[in-house]
Every structure is written in structure tokens, then in C-alpha cells.
Design a protein around this ligand. Structure first.
Ligand code: NAP
Length: 293
């Protein structure tokens, strides 16, 4: 069994970007910038946003966080987004979700310029992904593909089974793996909660991608020998032996499934660290494609 070390790959990506940005600075060029907009004071959202900001700073990327009160009007938020659509110093715009109930998330996402849509949630980005045009793919699925590429895992003609059909993981990774491209060109099956027996599908997987949100649901008898397992799940389970009283596990029973797998991502330290790395990478791409240098 080979462990897919997402922490290391994410660090490699950040270092590669850091080098590119130092070169831009040495040439006195503009550098890529990412603005994060956060509404309200949900502690988890603030932690996510501050780690994104810190990651930008570490690689020399311009970064700014707009902290808005929970009762901000939708119009004011849309105005702010529009101002960043025109701002030449920020090439990526991220609006931390979820938003308070009085704000229409779809409207917010659609207001972000598709040229600055580094989260890959805009319908134009999603549509481009489906029809196979180069675009911003959402960060977690893009990170999964990057792991497969960097570990030189053959994907062409392989049967990829995705469990979960969310708009942020299941559907985009399905569309990514379908493309006639490096790190893709796979035969893809997508399974969800309406399946009577998901093991019928998971047993056929050469590459199994679990994005379910159910702790350790994928057991060893649900996979075949030699399977490549990508575990996207992040689940908190009670564990009195831990200082915090809980631990984080994936959607896969790692201890037993890893005995049958050829490659497997751990949780934590697998897919998780890739999300921010791909956000930085998408921001650099937005700068390259559309930014004033
Ligand atoms: P989600 O929106 O809740 O979607 C879960 C999917 O799993 C749904 O499509 C659901 O089917 C399916 N599902 C649920 N129970 C099932 C069952 N018993 N059998 C088959 N399918 C089942 O979750 P998500 O946003 O995709 O996230 C999935 C997991 O990944 C979560 O643990 C989340 O925390 C984690 N995650 C990690 C990252 C990261 O590492 N950076 C990023 C995003 C998400 P239905 O559609 O039929 O309901």
C-alpha cells in the first residue's frame, strides 16, 4: 500500500507558486492577488478564511479579507463584489459560504466575474468544465486530480467510481475524470444515496472517490484488491482518549481498506490540504490569463 501524501504535494505546489511569485517581484511585475469576503461571525468560516489568507501571505501573493456584518444587505455585498471584479490588484474573489439566509447564494456566485471565479462555482466555470474547456475547476476536485497526476496513477480507461453527487465535490470530480485529458480519460460511475447497494458499484472501482460525509462508511469488503482510494470525507467522531474529545476520520475505514488498496489518501493529510493549494493555483492561473502584469 502506498500512502498518498497530500500534505507534501500541497507544500510542493505552494513552493512552486512561491518561486514563480518571487520571480515576478524580482522583475517588478504586478503579483497575483486573492480577496476573501466573509459575512457574519461563524467561527469555522473565520478559521477557513484566515488559513487561506495566511497561505497567500506565505507564498507572497497579495491578499485581503473583507469582513462584513451578518446583517449586511444583499445589495451592498453585490456592490462590493462588483468593485472587486474591476479591481486590477485582485485576480481571484472568494466568498466564504454559507451566507446568512437573507442573501441569495446563487446571485452572489453569479455576480463574481467568471474570470475571477477561483472557487469554480460560477455556472460559466461549471459549464466550461462539462464541455471540456479550460476553466477554473472547484478546488477540492482539482486537488484530487492533481494528486492522481503527481503520483503517476494511471487513469486512462480506468473505472472511477465516485460516491456522492454534491456540486462541490461529486459532480465536478465526475466531470474532471471524464475529460479526454491527462489525469482523466476514465470510465466514470457516480453513486448516491438512492443506490440500493452501493457496494455493487464500489467493488468495480479501479479508483474509488468517496465524498459522502459518513464516517468510515466504505469497508474493506466493498472494494477490490489493488484499488486506488481517494477519501474526501472529513468527519468528527467522539474519542475520549483524545485531548479534544474527538478525532477526524474520513468516509473510508482506513485501517482495513488500506490493506487491500494499492494507493490511499489518509484523513487528515490527504485531500484536505490540497484544497487551499488549488485555490492558490487557480488564483495564479487567473492572474496569468487575465491579469495586468
Ligand atoms: P454533501 O453535499 O452532503 O454530499 C454527500 C453526498 O453523499 C450526497 O450526494 C449524498 O447523496 C451522498 N450520500 C450520503 N449518504 C449516502 C449513502 N449512504 N450512500 C450513498 N451515497 C450517500 O457533502 P460534500 O460537500 O460533497 O462533502 C462530502 C464529504 O467531503 C464531507 O465529509 C465533507 O466534509 C468533505 N469535504 C472535504 C473537503 C476537503 O477536503 N477540502 C471539501 C469538501 C467536502 P444524495 O445526493 O442522494 O443525498
Amino acid at each position: 500500500m502506498n500512502l498518498i501524501d497530500g500534505k507534501k504535494v500541497a507544500a510542493d505546489i505552494r513552493n512552486e507558486l512561491k518561486e514563480k511569485i518571487s520571480k515576478l517581484k524580482a522583475e517588478e511585475k504586478n503579483v497575483p492577488g486573492l480577496v476573501a469576503i466573509i459575512v457574519g461571525d461563524d467561527p469555522a468560516s473565520h478559521i477557513y478564511v484566515s488559513s487561506k489568507g495566511k497561505a497567500c501571505e506565505e507564498i507572497g501573493m497579495r491578499t485581503k479579507t473583507e469582513k462584513l456584518p451578518a446583517d449586511i444587505t444583499e445589495d451592498k455585498l453585490l456592490e462590493l463584489i462588483k468593485s472587486y471584479n474591476e479591481n486590477k490588484d485582485f485576480h481571484g474573489i472568494l466568498v466564504q459560504l454559507p451566507l446568512p439566509k437573507h442573501i441569495n447564494e446563487d446571485k452572489v456566485i453569479e455576480t463574481i466575474s467568471s474570470k475571477k471565479d477561483v472557487d469554480g462555482f460560477h455556472p460559466i466555470s461549471v459549464g466550461n468544465l462539462v464541455i471540456g474547456k479550460d476553466t477554473f475547476a472547484s478546488c477540492t476536485p482539482a486537488g484530487i486530480q492533481e494528486l492522481l497526476i503527481r503520483y503517476k496513477i494511471e487513469t486512462k480507461g480506468k473505472h472511477v467510481v465516485v460516491v456522492g453527487r454534491s456540486n462541490i465535490v461529486g459532480k465536478p470530480i465526475t466531470n474532471i475524470m471524464l475529460q479526454k485529458a491527462e489525469g482523466a480519460n476514465s470510465i466514470v460511475t457516480i453513486v448516491h444515496s438512492a443506490a440500493k447497494d452501493i457496494s455493487y458499484y464500489t467493488k468495480q472501482a479501479d479508483i474509488l472517490i468517496a465524498a459522502i460525509g459518513k464516517p468510515e462508511m466504505i469497508k474493506a469488503d466493498m472494494v477490490k484488491d489493488g484499488v486506488v482510494v481517494v477519501d474526501v470525507g472529513i468527519n468528527r467522531i467522539d474519542d475520549p482518549s483524545k485531548p479534544k474529545g474527538y478525532r477526524i476520520v474520513g468516509d473510508v475505514d482506513f485501517e482495513n481498506v488500506s490493506k487491500k488498496a494499492s494507493y490511499i489518501t489518509p484523513v487528515p493529510g490527504g485531500v484536505g490540504p490540497m484544497t487551499i493549494a488549488m485555490l492558490l493555483s487557480n488564483t495564479f492561473k487567473a492572474y496569468n490569463l487575465y491579469g495586468e502584469k
